[in-house]
Ligand binder design. Structure first.
Ligand code: ARG
Length: 266
């Protein structure tokens, strides 16, 4: 089962984070010095305030503000449902070292009860000790109608397979990949759960993808009114940005009512 690999990737993400804590690995060129569209993998720097709902979680995952006090992330980023004050959420900044970063502790974790079953459901909610103010939340898709087209991905995870966690938020765009194409890539992709998982990436060329440490972060697009809406949660992939190995995201619309119900209760 792919679960085992997820944990491996998570552990790698944690190791990467520890490495990134040294000043040397945070030596990053200014935005203007960056080559365009080269480095998430195959991404570019997000502007401050561009994605106000983005959350960095202390265990080395991403997330999105579902409400001002609840972060939506991946089930494989957390251990269990219950009281939990061990997670720190960093919000409001693209630069994790910025002095204007807001840091809030968790109080409770809700892990999808269907995660790890045949139903799938790699999602979890983290309740924060207090609401964060002045940051837009990211609504989730409640139908499958927007599970197509081009998606935005973002995160502080590795910018190349096996690479270091990032100080600055990276973003990229990836095209929708049909379940049939995704499954046909073989290996772990043969175990894709079509209703629970949504694939995205450049299938034949690779090159653009989420990577270790981006897990739990949102995959999102514009809705028909032009507003950001979340369609996926970064879940897994075979390596990062490899050809014939698209990124796999939790299909948020499938779990939208379960997420809403859980959020009401925590
Ligand atoms: N599971 C990884 C994490 O813990 C995310 C992997 C995403 N991989 C990919 N190729 N899209 O951060």
């Amino acid at each position: 089962m792919a679960t085992k690999r997820w944990f491996t990737l998570l552990r790698n993400a944690a190791i990467g984070l520890a490495a990134a804590a040294t000043a040397a690995s945070f030596a990053t060129p200014a935005v203007a010095d960056q080559p365009p569209s080269t480095n998430v993998v195959g991404g570019t720097r997000a502007a401050q305030g561009e994605f106000p709902f983005m959350v960095r979680l202390s265990m080395g995952c991403g997330g999105a503000l579902y409400t001002s006090q609840i972060v939506l992330t991946a089930a494989h980023c957390v251990s269990r449902t219950g009281a939990n004050s061990s997670i720190t959420a960093t919000v409001g900044v693209v630069d994790l070292q910025s002095t204007s970063a807001k840091k809030v502790k968790s109080t409770y974790v809700y892990r999808s009860p269907t995660y790890g079953t045949a139903t799938g459901g790699d999602w979890a909610l983290i309740k924060l000790a207090s609401p964060v103010t002045g940051l837009a939340t990211l609504p989730i898709a409640t139908t499958s109608s927007l599970n197509t087209g081009s998606f935005s991905i973002a995160g502080w995870g590795a910018a190349s397979e096996g690479g270091a966690q990032q100080r600055y938020l990276l973003k990229a765009q990836v095209p929708f990949v049909p379940d049939s194409t995704c499954k046909a890539q073989g290996g772990s992709y043969g175990r894709l759960i079509p209703n629970a998982e949504l694939c995205a990436g450049n299938v034949s060329a690779g090159g653009v993808d989420t990577c270790q440490g981006d897990s739990g972060g949102p995959m999102f697009r514009r809705d028909d009114a032009g507003a950001w809406i979340q369609v996926g949660i970064t879940s897994w992939g075979d390596g990062c940005a490899r050809p014939h190995a698209p990124g796999v995201y939790t299909e948020v619309s499938t779990f939208a009512s379960a997420i809403a119900d859980a959020a009401k209760k925590i």
